[in-house]
Design a protein around this ligand. Structure first.
Ligand code: APR
Ligand code: PHB
Length: 391
């Protein structure tokens, strides 16, 4: 098989890239190792920055997002039994975020691609990217038991943190930057209306808790847990009890509503950046190139920024013959990636309690939070980063 752009992975990065190229009249083939139900059910992120929601609308896949997405104009910080609302549009000049689950983004993009009749192969596992340094890169893959080759003009590795494309960049040319955090994140989904109409980020002496949502009837919540904790180690009742303690505020009217937990999983917390994000005609996008801890809700948004940048650059190159934007791809993306890495690191270390943290560490965190509630400059800095950096 031969195509212009071989896309490895049908997560949000690969699927949105396929859509953007389709809109620009550029042929592509998407290879995805899993089957469609798996991709459509895998529980991941759910907060879209303003620019991400706008990019989905501009790509023509915003109809259900506009009907079912929940636009949020604020977030709440809790610490020391106090609560403080951050008004996002007031601080950023109208920017908001939208709650719309990644599963729904993926479903919309898969439906659009199949409706267009554009190639999307499920159960097609890329085995290797070859000759990335030449103008004829190839992807070797196995589709339902048979090996095949996809000949491409360009390959974009959108195959996530455990994909194969990163390995096609010679080790001597790459550098990785990494931090692992000494805690994990236990995330649950529960069939109960969210107990607050905005997201609540809570810092407590027992660790971090986040109250989020997927819809008006589904709560999403996270608890900081010791690194290596298994999801099954906590009973559902223990999870609710702990959320209750960590979200506690000086407000008799506040109550955490409990309901049946339908999913629970633990994510390790790490920051990881692979540089550069390009080698010859192989480009990396999304989790294939960088990971952030979930605290800042940046993973999905970074993936979208990467593929918007790539699609623009390739379109410009094919239209005008000028490779400048493609040549700048890695540097352009990495600037935004490092801003998101910095923000995710700052939010994580502001709100989580490290094992062995001292009274000094606690006071520094509380001073940081107090600063956010008393300085408009500090709060604006948070709101700008939270609603997203420009693509
Ligand atoms: N061949 C084909 N597909 C592969 C291969 C392979 N060798 N390896 C992985 N994949 C597929 C995975 O099954 C998955 O569907 O690549 C896809 C990668 O998708 P994601 O992991 O969702 O990554 P990405 O599209 O970059 O999305 C950004 O950031 O914080 C997260 O939750 C956020 O998942 C989101 C991610
Ligand atoms: C989520 O709902 O999954 C979520 C929300 C906000 C975050 C992280 C995750 O900061």
């Amino acid at each position: 098989m031969r195509t212009t752009v071989g896309i490895i992975g049908a997560g949000p990065a690969g699927l949105l890239l396929g859509r953007l190229l389709q809109n620009a009249g550029i042929r592509s083939v998407v290879l995805e190792s899993r089957d469609r139900p798996y991709v459509e059910r895998r529980q991941r992120a759910g907060i879209l920055e303003q620019g991400t929601a706008d990019a989905l609308r501009a790509a023509g896949v915003g109809a259900r997002l506009d009907r079912e997405g929940l636009e949020h104009t604020g977030i709440e910080l809790r610490f020391d039994r106090r609560r403080h609302r951050v008004d996002l549009p007031a601080l950023t000049g109208s920017r908001t975020v939208t709650v719309y689950a990644q599963t729904e983004v993926c479903k919309d993009l898969i439906a659009a691609r199949l409706a267009d009749g554009a190639p999307l192969l499920f159960e097609a596992q890329a085995l290797a990217v070859e000759d990335a340094g030449t103008d004829r890169p190839r992807v070797r893959y196995r589709h339902r038991g048979r090996e095949a080759v996809l000949d491409c003009d360009y390959v974009v590795g959108c195959d996530g943190f455990r994909g194969v494309s990163r390995a096609a960049i010679p080790a001597a040319l790459t550098r990785t930057y990494e931090r692992t955090y000494p805690y994990g994140s236990l995330g649950i989904l529960a069939d109960v209306a969210p107990s607050h109409d905005e997201l609540v980020y809570a810092r407590g002496d027992r660790g971090f808790a986040l109250l989020s949502m997927r819809s008006p009837s589904v709560t999403r919540a996270y608890l900081q847990v010791p690194a290596g904790t298994e999801a099954g180690a906590w009973s559902h009742e223990e999870i609710w009890d702990e959320l209750d303690r960590r979200l506690e505020v000086e407000d008799p009217a506040w109550r955490l509503a409990r309901g049946p937990v339908t999913a629970a999983s633990v994510t390790p917390m790490r920051s990881h950046v692979h540089e550069p994000m390009r080698h010859g005609r192989l480009f990396l996008a999304g989790d294939a190139a960088h990971i952030v801890p979930p605290t800042g809700a940046k993973g999905l948004n970074l993936a979208v920024g990467d593929v918007v940048t790539f699609a623009r650059a390739l379109t410009a190159h094919l239209d005008t013959g000028d490779p400048a934007l493609l040549d700048a791809y890695s540097a352009t993306c990495l600037r935004r990636v490092w801003q998101a890495e910095r923000f995710s690191y700052a939010m994580t270390t502001l709100l989580h309690r490290a094992p062995g943290a001292t009274g000094f560490d606690d006071r520094i965190q509380l001073a940081g939070l107090d600063r956010l509630t008393t300085s408009r400059a500090a709060e604006t800095e948070l709101a700008e980063a939270y609603t997203g950096f420009p693509f």
